[in-house]
Design a protein around this ligand. Structure first.
Ligand code: AP5
Ligand code: MG
Length: 189
């Protein structure tokens, strides 16, 4: 079993590299952003709540997010047999601690944290460009800058959290998509 967290700022390539990882290592992909956007599309109560936070570039409250993740894990127990790639979770220390407990209760753990590091200016460029076609309501310059600020304040401290546990794998997140994927494979194998 291989559980990987793909970690990085908005626009660092978490979704892009996750697609290659799930194919190569046959893992189950959980993108919390995709889970929330699916709720918004279906117009659920959770979707209504989530939308207000996402449109402001803010995080959904920890307690709610942790409950959502636990239920996704339980609903997809079978597909997650080989392991999971966590994309966009954890995003706070409280979420990271909850994930440790949740995985321990299920007899497993986080094995690697792949940290995609990309300068802020390139993140903004990538997301502004994506905003022209993505239809994501948070892909406008103002909200993008807010998302990056929230990342630095609340999420970036997780790098040290995972370095202390010997799990953080630094990956230069700039360059070609295939070149970055080669570096990730080298770090994992
Ligand atoms: P989420 O959906 O996770 O969005 P995000 O973290 O802002 O990241 P993105 O999906 O925008 O970027 P990415 O890193 O996946 O990059 P991608 O591969 O797409 O979260 C959205 C919101 O949901 C949050 O703001 C929050 O409100 C809420 N939320 C989610 N999880 C939560 C949690 N755990 N707790 C609380 N709230 C939560 O690439 C970006 C672009 O760059 C693409 O156009 C891509 O084609 C391009 N690109 C990729 N690689 C390269 C490359 N090497 N060179 C050039 N361009 C590249
Ligand atoms: Mg993504």
């Amino acid at each position: 079993m291989l559980n990987i967290i793909i970690f990085g700022a908005p626009g660092s390539g978490k979704g892009t590299q996750s697609e290659k990882l799930i194919e190569h290592y046959k893992l189950f992909h959980i993108s919390t952003g995709d889970v929330l956007r699916d709720h918004i599309r279906r117009g659920t109560d959770l979707g209504m709540t989530a939308r207000a936070f996402m449109d402001q570039g803010q995080l959904i409250p920890d307690e709610l997010m942790i409950d959502i993740l636990a239920s996704v894990l339980d609903d997809h127990h079978e597909e997650a047999q080989n392991g999971v790639i966590f994309d966009g979770f954890p995003r706070t220390i409280a979420q990271a601690e909850a994930l440790e407990t949740m995985l321990a209760e299920r007899g497993t753990a986080v094995h690697h944290v792949v940290g995609l590091e990309v300068p802020d200016e390139e993140l903004v460029d990538r997301l502004v460009k994506r905003g022209l076609i993505s239809g994501r309501s948070d892909d406008n310059e103002e909200t993008i800058k807010k998302r990056i600020e929230v990342y630095h304040n609340l999420t970036a401290p997780l790098k040290e959290f995972y370095q202390e546990r010997g799990l953080y794998r630094f990956i230069q997140g700039t360059g070609t998509i295939d070149g970055i994927f080669d570096e990730i494979k080298k770090a994992l194998d």
